[in-house]
Design a protein. Structure first.
Length: 134
């Protein structure tokens, strides 16, 4: 809300746990949700988490897959997912999103230090899905 509130995002449209969404009935205007945005937890994949174990990463990927079932159920017109641009998450997340074949997917890397002159050097990646077929 801090970031998107000034652009019109209302608290009633924010759901903190996407795993609840697939089973939840949503009041959707005009029959389709316009956009679904997700930023899955990346702690298990972060370089800062040097003690990350493969089993912890596998658990996190399973949670991400479960949370993204929402897009298979509700088929929003657009999907935006943001996370780290590290191979240990990027490749797996690309595969998980690719399972949703009703979408055309594009992906973009983002480096805050280069693109916004930010002090943060933590590279991010965005996946954008456009609903192609129902």
């Amino acid at each position: 809300l801090h970031t998107w509130g000034p652009f019109g995002l209302q608290p009633c449209n924010v759901i903190g746990d996407a795993c609840e969404l697939a089973a939840r009935h949503l009041e959707i205007t005009n029959g389709r949700l316009a956009c679904f945005v997700a930023t899955p937890d990346c702690a298990a994949f972060s370089k800062m988490n040097r003690a990350a174990k493969a089993c912890k990463q596998a658990d996190e990927l399973a949670l991400i897959r479960a949370s993204l079932k929402f897009i298979g159920v509700h088929k929003p017109a657009r999907v935006i997912v943001e996370n780290l641009d590290e191979p240990c998450v990027r490749d797996h997340l690309s595969a998980i999103l690719g399972e949703h074949d009703a979408y055309h997917w594009v992906t973009y890397p983002y480096c805050p230090a280069r693109q916004n002159a930010s002090i943060s050097t933590r590279k991010r990646r965005f996946w954008i899905g456009y609903l192609a077929k129902i």
